[in-house]
Ligand binder design. Structure first.
Ligand SMILES: Nc1ncnc2c1ncn2[C@@H]1O[C@H](COP(=O)(O)OP(=O)(O)O)[C@@H](O)[C@H]1O
Ligand SMILES: [Mg+2]
Length: 401
């Protein structure tokens, strides 16, 4: 069983690389499904397929070749199917505030609901052993990645609050009905939450198991794209998901000598080097810009060759945590492995939300989570092969490491 996430800013080849990977592993004999969660679905377009094939399937997997299925998840349908009663209740609630019905329906789609549908599918496919490989073409990044923590949050809610809330509401409902206009959730609502939770159980363990799940980030050697990739890198790391490759797509090939592209070539070279500092020790796979748009099976197959060469895409190209952040006694502690450091060597620089670590000729840029970036004091200490960096928020600490 293998699950591979393809994530990144969007527009630089997420869908293409996900599709190319799917083609390669399906040809190796693995039953593979490529799922897309991007609202602007382009999976069928990139395979150059007739849309009607997918429309007939209504968001279910459609077979495109031997061992290969693609699935464009229909968000509205999923929300109604999985969130049914919950969605209905929130809509009614919003409706009683005087909101227009259509607007209420729209607002009732809470952030994360769509992604939960995806998690439900993953869990379902894994439990039923329907596929050997699940490939995910994620929605463009940003903080939407928070969905990874939904199963944990839901578990906490169910254990700590849910049962109590349910009991209280049972007693309060008859009285509340007479006093307020606001409807209280009924049994259907609570049943729906319980059922949803039941079906999500275990999916978080699948996602953080590096033997099963890895994440590949699709980027391009440009400043803005790299910044967003760093952010995704940080989020996936925080959620303890294993990032095993950075795919640098659409690089100008060496034999493009046209002077018009001179500046592009130089800046791409510069940002390729910068990318090493950002993502090391996770390997970077460079992929050249093709002569034309990547479209159709053969072109995708050529892309998979360009990405992986002789490597097996199911391999885990990197294992381990590039860095680790924990909160303890009110301070944040970031740990990373630097096998060759000595104390004199380490130099730290914090520039707004970025931390730059220099050790001799080695340089690492780390984008920090917002709360950590707000810390006023930064101190480093060596612990064997690990560099521990302490961030403190309070003003009493004057230290600067
Ligand atoms: N290496 C490449 N060479 C040429 N065109 C590419 C390459 N990778 C992707 N493309 C093209 O770039 C466009 C965006 O790719 P796509 O996979 O849709 O990106 P995303 O899913 O990240 O938005 C598509 O037209 C695709 O064919
Ligand atoms: Mg896409």
């Amino acid at each position: 069983m293998r699950i591979i996430f393809f994530a990144g800013k969007g527009g630089f080849g997420k869908t293409s690389v996900a599709a190319a990977t799917g083609i390669k592993v399906a040809e190796m004999g693995q039953r593979t499904v490529i799922m897309s969660l991007d609202v602007a679905h382009s999976l069928s377009d990139i395979f150059d397929l007739d849309r009607s094939l997918l429309d007939q399937n209504k968001g279910r997997p459609a077979k495109v070749s031997k061992n290969l299925w693609i699935q464009e998840v229909d968000i509205q349908e999923e929300v109604e199917k999985n969130w049914g009663e919950i969605y209905k209740y929130i809509t009614t609630l919003l409706n009683t505030t005087g909101l227009d019905e259509i607007l209420a329906e729209e607002l009732a789609i809470l952030p994360g609901m769509e992604e939960v549908s995806l998690l439900l599918y993953i869990n379902h496919y894994v439990k039923r052993k329907e596929y050997d490989v699940i490939i995910l073409d994620c929605a463009p990044t940003g903080e939407s990645l928070r969905f990874i923590s939904i199963p944990t949050a839901l578990e906490w809610y169910i254990k700590k609050i849910f049962k109590m809330e349910r009991t209280i509401i049972r007693y309060v409902r008859p009285i509340a009905k007479r006093l307020y206009d606001v409807p209280l959730p009924g049994d259907d609502y609570f049943d729906a939450i319980e059922y949803l939770f039941e079906r999500l159980k275990g999916v978080d363990e699948l996602l953080v198991d590096p033997e099963i799940t890895t994440v590949r980030l699709i980027a391009n050697p440009e400043k803005v794209v790299l910044k967003e990739t760093q952010r995704a890198f940080m989020y996936f790391s925080l959620y303890k998901m294993n990032i095993d490759a950075i795919i640098m797509n659409r690089i100008l090939p060496d034999d493009v000598n046209d002077s018009y592209f001179q500046d592009w070539r130089e800046s791409q070279k510069k940002y390729m080097e910068r990318a090493e500092e950002y993502f090391n020790p996770v390997p970077i796979f460079p992929v050249n810009l093709f002569r034309s748009e990547v479209l159709g099976y053969d072109s995708l197959k050529a892309l998979s060759k360009e990405i992986y060469g002789a490597r097996n895409p199911l391999e885990r190209f990197f294992e381990g945590e590039p860095y680790n952040i924990v909160k303890e006694n009110g301070e944040y502690r970031l740990t990373m492995k630097l096998p060759f450091v000595t104390k004199e060597d380490v130099e730290l620089n914090k520039l707004s939300d970025e931390l730059i670590v220099r050790v001799g000729g080695f340089k690492r840029h780390l984008l920090l989570p917002r709360q950590v970036a707000a810390s006023k004091s930064v101190k480093a200490r060596l612990d064997g092969q690990h560099l521990c960096i302490h961030f403190r928020g309070d003003d009493h600490d004057q230290g600067e490491g």
